[in-house]
Design a protein around this ligand. Structure first.
Ligand code: HPA
Ligand code: ZN
Length: 351
């Protein structure tokens, strides 16, 4: 569809809309200034010296998961201390407030950090304190999802589960991310079974246009028994799979600005199809500082400009997000009531 420029009224509606985000990586929220600040503070001999250097590196990536992740981990390597985790989490929640995101589920990658000598304790304490102060100062509620880096060994995932065990009351969910090629969900069937027994909610990335994306989604729902799928855009290629995802009420966390400075029409079209087919799809930012596409307000503006969504559609996306979240039912009800109140107030204003 043709790109349209949205009206001031729609922009205003998006900005005021109470939002939930279910798919964002803490490590993907480091803007160029933060990357440089942490590199200097931690005394690193770092390849980038100026904001321009960081921006050039972002602009010179090729399209695709591997190129994205290679640079992503170079940025993330500036995080070293509990204080760093605290600051990054707290600052992200400030951004959530600015975007009227009232609830967020934040992913993070323990293995990448512990491998570099950071203790699980420092990492989780920093994140948890940042989250608590963020709630106090900005009123944004956050839950945490630790992700297995899928290219590592299964033993390393077990080790992560063990390190997390004393802190499991602070961590709501388990996810699976990073380099997908040759690392199918089935690699982690036993780990997921144990995680579910320990009380974690579970999700996994099935990134866009990977080898065997459709098969990977089947594995997630049949073997890992995930409550959600992260991305999962290729599901629309298999009608049986679509039927099954709907039947099992699986939420799919799509990211319309995925690895591109502007919503790729291709992905926007496929997300529109998911929505039209009746899949429970949500809109998310994934790695907002690295997609140069901004946070939730800008992501929704891009989705409306590219796909022509109405206010009703945006309300449905947000209802899907609150319903598909891992909040207790009474919290979901409270957030959805606030969303409905917002809808009513905006409709009144229109008449
Ligand atoms: N895909 C897989 N792993 C990731 C991503 C992503 O988009 N972002 C951070 N880790
Ligand atoms: Zn992701």
């Amino acid at each position: 569809m043709e790109m349209t420029i949205i009206s001031d009224d729609m922009r205003d509606f998006i900005e005021g809309l109470p939002k939930a985000e279910l798919h964002v990586h803490l490590e993907g929220t480091l803007g160029p200034e933060t990357v440089l600040k942490l590199a200097a503070r931690n005394g690193l001999d770092y390849p980038f010296k100026t904001v321009k250097d960081v921006e050039n590196a972002l602009n010179n990536r090729t399209v695709g998961l591997v190129s994205f992740l290679d640079l992503h981990y170079l940025f993330v390597s500036v995080i070293k201390t509990r204080e760093d985790f605290y600051e990054v989490t707290y600052e992200f929640l400030r951004t959530c407030r600015e975007n009227n995101v009232v609830y967020v589920e934040i992913k993070f990658d323990p293995q990448f950090h512990t491998e570099r000598g950071i203790s699980f304790y420092d990492m989780i304490q920093g994140i948890d304190e940042g989250r608590k102060d963020g709630y106090k100062d900005f009123g944004v509620e956050a839950n945490l999802i630790m992700c297995i880096n899928r290219e590592r060994t299964v033993e390393s995932a077990w080790e992560m589960m063990e390190q997390a065990y004393p802190y499991r009351h602070l961590i709501t969910g388990l996810g699976l991310d990073s380099y997908e090629k040759d690392n199918p969900p089935s690699k982690y069937t036993e780990v997921y079974m144990k995680a579910r027994k320990q009380g974690y909610r579970v999700t996994a990335h099935c990134d866009v246009d990977q080898e065997d994306s459709v098969e990977h989604i089947w594995e997630c729902i049949d073997l890992l028994k995930t409550d959600r799928i992260d991305h999962g855009v290729n599901s629309i290629e298999d009608p049986e799979l679509v039927k099954e995802l709907i039947k099992r009420d699986i939420t799919l966390t799509a990211c319309p600005t995925w690895r591109s400075p502007y919503p790729e029409p291709r992905d926007l079209e496929r997300i529109r199809k998911m929505y039209d087919m009746g899949l429970k799809v949500t809109l998310n930012t994934d790695d907002p500082a690295e997609f140069t596409s901004g946070y939730m307000n800008q992501t929704l503006i891009g989705a409306v400009e590219g796909s022509g969504y109405t206010k009703e559609d945006l309300l449905s996306f947000m209802r899907n997000a609150f319903e598909g979240s891992w909040l207790p039912q009474e919290s979901k009800d409270r957030y959805i009531k606030a969303l409905n109140d917002y809808a009513v107030s905006r409709i009144r204003r229109l008449h």
